[in-house]
Design a protein around this ligand. Sequence first.
Ligand code: NAD
Length: 271
Amino acid sequence: MSATSVPPGSRPLSGRVALVTGSTDGIGLASARALAEQGCTIVLNGLGEPAAIAALCDELAAAHAVPVGHAAADLRQADQAAALVPEALRRHGRLDILVNNAGTQHVGPIETHPPERWREVFALNLDAAFHTIRAALPGMRERGWGRIVNIASVYGLVGGVQRSSYVASKHALVGLSKAVALETAATPVTCNAICPGDVSTRIFYRNAKLLAEREGIAREEAQRRIASASMPSGRVVSPAQVAALVAYLCSEAAAEIRGAALPVDGAWTAR
Ligand code: NAD
């Protein structure tokens, strides 16, 4: 049965409102899709051309028969990050699910890492989640249900070279997830982190294309080589696989998964 043929109200998350940050592309968009499929009203957030974003909202709404809107906010800016949840509450009167997904990274050795870029990475990867969580929690507590999912990274669990701000901010995001899980442990609100390995978002395909051209190999071989560099599986993780875990963490079955940092990483961190 296709998602569109499911009558409204019969899906597990029908009536829930979900805000997914950084959801105009990549893992965030896949997560928004997965939650819409379960019946959630969706508040997208992320950068992009207004016309493209409007088309995306229409497409998602039509595919899953749920309301979908976009709330603009550059989450590097504290005031905009702090205003995002109040905007979702103003529109829908409730916020049940918060997925902190928007993130960025700076690649290069720490000696040459520009301090302003360090601040920017932390602002988006960590501070934005602080602002959205503190704004979302009171309503979740009051309504007696809530799910907070923070998209961290394997770099929230292990180190990596040439990405000090990314590693530090993602470790901090895992720490924040644990702290919030403890503060909410006796309530029906849960908070967890997901730690993906290499995911096949736009940048992965771009890198694989460049490698294929440089080495004169097929794109599939280039993709396998990139994935194998870090993941014993030799296979890249799909955005939909991460999104499926987001949806699972929002299910009733996951009500007692709290403060976890769950890898989806082809055994990267198993070694
Ligand atoms: P992406 O680049 O494909 O999409 C990023 C999304 O965030 C877009 O919608 C973009 O518009 C939005 N965004 C960017 N800057 C923003 C800002 N300042 N304010 C609001 N929105 C903004 O990203 P992705 O690869 O899907 O990554 C999503 C998350 O997953 C990030 O936190 C990333 O660190 C994490 N992650 C990604 C991978 C991977 O391999 N792609 C692996 C592990 C973790």
